[in-house]
Design a protein around this ligand. Structure first.
Ligand SMILES: Nc1nc2c(ncn2[C@@H]2O[C@H](COP(=O)(O)OP(=O)(O)OP(=O)(O)O)[C@@H](O)[C@H]2O)c(=O)[nH]1
Ligand SMILES: [Zn+2]
Length: 289
């Protein structure tokens, strides 16, 4: 019996990567009977061309459909499209909910003027202070950053995440030039063309397995409860014990340490404003039955 990770699945076959080697396997018949669908990213046991067992998953993303994701590189354009802290925070809370470690990578910083650069730099520093690892550089694809990122991703299952045109494929090509992924308008056209047959593949990048994920134009993923939401903001989670009331949602409650921290500039105002908006969105959602 061997162990490995499913790298891609194609009409009933599962390609498994094990010790740097690729093995094509078929699912065992009783998976389907039990309603188990092997997923890309699954840790599995296999023998003689048959996938035999799937280990319990630590998480399971929907877009892309990948299991056991460790890290997500959130690629955010500094401009073109305009930077939105709201969109960034939506992605971060979705990842926090799934226990995926976000890594923030700012692309297109080279297109900013000096004022814009200074402003976004302070934003990037704000996220760094929260505890996120942040790549923000006037030359987005410089050697040092790329090497640090590769080191950080070593041995992990990773997804790329970000708006259409943010620069996900461009970053992957810099991390691993032999991938030669289509970018820009060409990438758009190809993705539209093969929309229905799109499959998820984990790309071998150095020692990481990375899923290149199609970009999105808007992001709505508020599956968390109003009580969970403050837990998904690490800087609020850290301060919440100082709030007067247990279970404080940091909205209208008196003696709220989070609101005080916002007033004192210890928590970013944009993060708090986005938090309040997300609470409203969760509240206004129709219950799903
Ligand atoms: N100047 C500059 N251009 C960039 C940078 N990153 C990406 N681009 C350009 O932005 C365009 C979109 O980049 P892609 O890598 O295709 O973006 P993507 O996130 O993969 O987009 P989707 O595949 O639609 O999700 C391309 O024309 C890139 O050349 C950057 O850091 N600086
Ligand atoms: Zn509070």
């Amino acid at each position: 019996m061997q162990e490995g990770i499913i790298q891609q699945s194609l009409s009933g076959f599962y390609d498994i990567i094990s010790d740097g080697q690729l093995y094509r396997t078929r699912g065992r018949g009783n998976f389907r009977k039990k309603g188990i669908k092997p997923l890309v990213g699954d840790h599995v046991e296999f023998e003689d061309g048959y996938l035999l067992a799937i280990e319990p998953r630590k998480n399971q993303l929907v877009r892309p459909l990948v299991a056991n994701v460790d890290d997500a590189v959130v690629v955010t354009a500094a401009t073109q499209p305009t930077f939105s802290s709201n969109l960034l925070d939506r992605q971060l809370i979705a990842l926090e909910l799934q226990k995926v470690e976000p890594i923030l990578f700012f692309s297109k910083v080279d297109l900013l003027n000096e004022d814009e650069f200074q402003h976004l730099k302070s934003v990037a520093d704000g996220y760094r202070k929260i505890g996120y690892s942040v790549y923000f550089n006037a030359q987005p694809f410089n050697k040092t950053d790329l090497q640090n990122l590769l080191d950080q991703l070593k041995g992990k299952v990773v997804t790329m995440m970000g708006q259409t045109g943010a620069g996900k494929s461009t970053l992957l090509n810099h991390l691993s030039p032999e991938l030669d992924l289509p970018t820009g308008a060409i990438s758009q056209a190809l993705k539209r063309g093969r929309h229905t047959t799109r499959k998820v593949t984990l790309l071998n990048v150095d020692d990481a397995l990375i899923a290149d994920t199609p970009g999105f134009s808007s992001y709505e993923d508020f599956t968390m409860t109003k009580e969970q939401l403050p837990q998904l903001f690490p800087e609020m989670r850290a301060i919440a014990p100082e709030c007067k009331f247990r279970g404080c949602l940091h909205l209208k409650e008196p003696g709220c340490a989070v609101k005080t921290a916002v007033e004192h500039g210890k928590i970013m105002q944009t993060r708090y404003d986005n938090y309040v908006q997300f609470q409203e969105l969760i509240k206004s959602q129709k219950p799903k039955y």
